[in-house]
Design a protein around this ligand. Structure first.
Ligand SMILES: Nc1ncnc2c1ncn2[C@@H]1O[C@H](COP(=O)(O)OP(=O)(O)OP(=O)(O)O)[C@@H](O)[C@H]1O
Length: 615
């Protein structure tokens, strides 16, 4: 008579007698997961029946659903399904033995863990999580098998149970929780709805609370990408993140091999409040919400990604450290970064005008990703775009190098501050030379990285030297007056050397192609990078500018004026102009202290007064 349960009292044979207090205590901080566990069991029961129905052709006509009801007077919360149900024997086997032994195993396994968060939110607790909130749990169940009697099981939070036949009409299982005195919040429908929305929102079976269906049974990621419209992706994003702006782009994952992975990942518009230090992806396991913080699955540089991943094969009932070393998790990370790279390449190959605003939002992460991950770099290296200084045009590095090949092969000129370096940019623009804008925080690392990856290519900031392209070529043949011109340049160099008494200062005179700029201070790219590095390491020296060269434009009319003033014995005026040229050239490079700024302003006014009196 194995299936008869007239009135059976029993003792659940387990080794951990104090299993209930342990369950209660350990999972206290996220006890609401009991509902996820019970609803998941109900979904499983329905799926199992659907499966049997398919194989055995039972011709069941029911509409499958899970009903959740609260009875405030009785202090109970019930979860009812019309799944396959259980016979008395199955209750003995699955509830008294299997469920208990898995709960016991769970307790054994995690007893010594210090960090409770490692377990909370992951599976493995099952049916007995009901005792986190209940003093007493009842099961009313009737198996789908035609001759099976309905049974009633009850347990009051000890290792004793009662099992007897009962009158339950209809197939399926109802679990009735008699909530503990401190758990009355779970009698509030709004609280139950909130929990269902969090954990069960995308389960594939209708879940009704007081008759209303609360969940979306066919979330976007379960559908084929070809049948989903852009508008639906946007709506789904709004559902997941109601307060966020529209996403920049999305990726629909639907992988069956070598592992199962479905999901929709969104790249959001980043605002200042967005926390890029943590992962924002919601992780599901067969549409059951598991966690919204699963950094193991996403490469760190893709932390801004949002959306959902459904990874049904992952062993989610294990600890974080296990996940980190799990080869499948590593593969998932690789697949995700590969798919993100492919999506960016696809966007980059499309209309550049559409890609630019996306790029402006994502470039820091893409660059960081390229620094961190070689495969990511290889896929994207030819698609990174750079704005040209003084314009809204964007080019890739190969495009820039191709255009530059005649004038400055393998040399890439860049600015990291268009306003401060405007004098230099003007000279470059006048010679028709393009300059890239590389002005974000990550760019100084990225430049070095690109040089390392691209061998011959060298990046040079516009103020690092006066390039041969900006200087008039020395005539090879002896032209009349060449010696006088040379003597004039030597003289002006000497005058500056005498006038400017600053450590590390030197002068060089060149004839610029352009006479609009009297001179500029240049600092070699290597020296500047070294200085920046030492400053970053907190070892900046007292004179932050160190060795520097004033490159004077021999063609500037001011040079003639200075020589003229000297010839007239107006030494003070000549010195004033030289100091002014020097200060003007230094301004883009370093902030003046109060004293120097005051002197600069006072001198500027004096020059203006002289100029005013000329008229
Ligand atoms: N609503 C239900 N209908 C039918 N059988 C059920 C139901 N709830 C539980 N069971 C049976 O009891 C068993 C134990 O449930 P329990 O939730 O403890 O573990 P599990 O669902 O097998 O695994 P997990 O740890 O992932 O929850 C189930 O495998 C199932 O056979």
């Amino acid at each position: 008579m194995p299936d008869k349960a007239k009135m059976e009292k029993g003792h659940i044979s387990i080794h951990t007698e104090n299993i209930f207090p342990i369950i209660k205590k350990w999972l206290y901080s996220e006890k609401e997961i009991f509902l996820r566990e019970l609803v998941s069991n109900a979904v499983d029961a329905i799926h199992k029946l659907q499966h049997i129905n398919l194989i055995e052709g039972l011709q069941l006509e029911d509409e499958y659903a899970i009903d959740i009801t609260v009875d405030k007077d009785a202090g109970t919360l019930s979860i009812r399904d019309n799944g396959l149900g259980m016979t008395a024997d199955e209750v003995r086997k699955y509830i008294n033995q299997v469920a208990f032994s898995s709960a016991e195993e769970f307790v054994e396994k995690f007893k010594d863990l210090d960090d409770k968060n490692q377990i909370i939110g992951h599976f493995g607790l099952g049916f007995y999580s009901a005792f986190m909130v209940s003093d007493k749990v009842e099961i009313f169940t009737r198996s789908y098998q035609s001759d099976a009697a309905a049974v009633h099981w009850v347990c009051e939070g000890s290792t004793d149970y009662h099992l007897e036949e009962c009158d339950k009409a209809g197939r399926g299982t109802e679990v009735v929780l008699h909530l503990g005195a401190e758990e009355k919040e779970f009698l509030e429908p709004f609280r139950i709805r909130e929990i269902l929305k969090r954990f069960c929102n995308f389960l594939p079976v209708p879940i009704r609370l007081a008759g209303d269906v609360v969940n979306d049974q066919n979330p976007l990621w379960t559908r084929s990408a070809s049948e989903v419209k852009d508008e639906e992706y946007r709506d789904f994003y709004k559902k997941l993140y109601p307060l966020a702006d529209e996403p920049l782009f999305w990726i629909h994952l639907n992988i069956d091999y070598p592992f199962n992975l479905k999901g929709v990942l969104y790249f959001p518009r980043l605002t200042t409040e967005f926390d890029v230090a943590k992962s924002h992806i919601k992780l599901f396991c067969n549409q059951v919400f598991v966690s919204d913080n699963c950094p193991e699955l996403i490469p760190e540089f893709l932390n801004p990604l949002q959306g959902c991943l459904d990874a049904p094969d992952l062993p989610l009932n294990v600890s974080r450290s296990y996940l980190q070393n799990e080869p499948q998790v590593r593969k998932i990370r690789e697949v995700i970064s590969g798919r993100v790279a492919s999506k960016i390449v696809e966007l980059a190959k499309g209309d550049r005008a559409d890609f630019v605003p996306v790029w402006e939002n994502i470039h820091t992460f893409v660059k960081y990703g390229m620094l961190r991950d070689d495969k990511f770099h290889d896929k994207l290296k030819d698609h990174v775009i750079y704005r040209l200084a003084g314009s809204q045009e964007y080019v890739t590095l190969p495009e820039y190098l191709e255009k530059a090949v005649a004038k400055h092969a393998d040399k890439v000129y860049y600015t990291n501050n268009e306003a401060a370096q405007s004098t230099y940019l003007k000279l470059f623009a006048n010679q028709g030379m393009d300059v890239l804008v590389l002005d974000s925080l990550i760019d100084s690392h990225f430049i070095q990285f690109l040089e390392m990856k691209n061998g011959k290519v060298a990046f040079q900031r516009v103020d690092s030297d006066v390039t041969e392209n900006l200087i008039e070529e020395d005539p090879k043949i002896q032209l009349p007056g060449k010696d006088e011109r040379k003597a004039r340049l030597d003289r002006i160099r000497q005058l500056f050397e005498e006038a400017i008494k600053t450590d590390g200062f030197s002068v060089r005179v060149e004839n610029f192609k352009d006479d609009s700029v009297p001179g500029m201070v240049v600092l070699s790219e290597q020296t500047r990078r070294l200085q920046e590095m030492t400053r970053m390491l907190g070892q900046g020296d007292e004179n932050p500018f160190g060795e520097h060269t004033l490159c004077l434009n021999g063609k500037s009319p001011v040079v003639d004026t200075i020589i003229g003033l000297k010839d007239q014995g107006r030494d003070e005026d000549a010195a004033m102009l030289m100091q002014q040229i020097y200060d003007l050239s230094m301004l883009p490079h370093c902030a003046f202290d109060r004293e120097r700024m005051a002197a600069f302003l006072e001198r500027s006014n004096r020059i203006l007064c002289k100029f005013g009196s000329l008229g």
